[in-house]
Ligand binder design. Structure first.
Ligand code: NAD
Ligand code: SER
Length: 315
């Protein structure tokens, strides 16, 4: 059984991932960690350690204390907050990842860390973006993601560290709120649909981006860390997607369940520019071939589940 450390465990992905890992691997085999403590279901049971990933000694201390063999490294800054503080993003996303890979090299740990659709840029083919293609992103977040993909490849090829990862699209969930990304509108819209029956989108009509519901995103991590390494050709940056829509497509899906729902627009130029530089739809055939990636949720199934689950939570 793996002994897993999750960094950034109080974020959008980590909060739900830790609960799922504890169910699948056992409470005593999962150590959650983050830089800042705040109210979270992660504290309901199991181990938690304060960990700033900029502190390499502390990473070693924790991995040794719990005899960790696998790290799921989620500590990061996302695209929109990154543009307002590029220096801080570089430090967390690059120094944090470098520290983690060094600890992994010294202690023979496996490392899973997510890349993103942000690793692509305006010169990347936009439709069915291939697995291996042009990557010239224009955000500091995207630059850190491409560099991270390459650094993980390097640690595998040079030092034999078992690095793995996916390029996530925008993730939609009903646990922790998203942490400052460009795709966050696709989460906020469900909260506002239930509370006020209307939403003002900062992303323009017609802007398509890949998206995925959190249960599929969590399955992807577990499937990939458990995948047979002899089948993995790409390892660190698998394109994965479940759906692609623009705000109007999302509105129409919500209107199937809340017919009076209204969508308005007040476009934010910063986040719109970022969204315009990303793909419309990814080709995820390498993930399907190499480790049987196969998402369960399409747009309407996700909408139904989001509205049901959030409806109960917001009562
Ligand atoms: P998030 O912003 O919700 O959570 C990140 C967590 O990292 C936060 O809890 C924060 O406190 C923590 N953190 C920040 N700096 C830290 C530091 N120095 N030390 C320790 N912890 C620190 O992010 P998320 O959405 O959960 O994303 C996790 C990973 O997945 C990131 O690498 C992100 O780029 C990637 N990703 C996310 C999405 C998405 O839509 N959520 C899409 C693509 C890729
Ligand atoms: N959801 C993320 C963001 O918008 C994509 O990596 O930043």
């Amino acid at each position: 059984m793996k002994k897993i450390l999750v960094t950034g465990a109080l974020g959008q992905i980590g909060t739900e991932l830790v609960l799922k890992l504890r169910k699948e691997y056992g409470v005593d085999n999962v150590v959650a960690s983050d830089r800042n403590r705040h109210d979270s279901p992660v504290f309901d049971e199991g181990f938690f350690e304060d960990l700033d990933v900029l502190d390499a000694n502390r990473i070693s201390e924790i991995t040794n204390k719990y005899k960790v063999d696998t790290v799921i490294h989620l500590a990061a800054m996302l695209s929109a907050t990154g543009e307002s503080n590029p220096q801080a993003l570089w430090s967390v996303n690059m120094t944090g990842l470098y520290n983690m890979l060094e600890v992994a090299r010294e202690n023979k740990l496996a490392v899973f860390t997510p890349s993103s659709i942000a690793a692509f840029g305006p010169s990347t083919p936009k439709i069915l973006t291939p697995q291996d293609t042009i990557q010239r992103p224009t955000t500091i977040y995207g630059v850190s993601k491409v560099a991270g993909e390459l650094l993980c490849d390097y640690y595998f090829n040079k030092f034999g560290v078992d690095t793995r990862g996916v390029r996530y699209p925008g993730l939609i969930s009903n646990g922790a709120m998203p942490g400052g990304g460009t795709t966050d509108y696709a989460v906020h819209i469900y909260y506002e649909a239930l509370k006020n029956k209307k939403y003002t989108s900062y992303i323009a009509k017609g802007t398509k981006m890949d998206m995925m519901y959190m249960p599929d995103a969590l399955d992807a991590i577990i499937q990939l860390i458990e995948a047979d390494p002899s089948k993995l050709i790409h390892r660190n940056a698998f394109n994965i997607t479940a759906m692609s829509f623009d705000p109007e497509g999302l509105k129409e899906s919500i209107q199937k369940y809340i017919p009076e729902f209204q969508l308005e627009y007040d476009v934010d130029p910063v986040r719109q520019k970022i969204a315009d530089s990303w793909p419309d739809s990814l080709d995820d055939s390498a993930a399907r071939q190499e480790w049987n990636w196969n998402p369960k949720y399409d747009l309407d199934r996700m909408t139904q589940d989001m509205l049901e689950t959030l409806g109960k939570k917001l009562k």
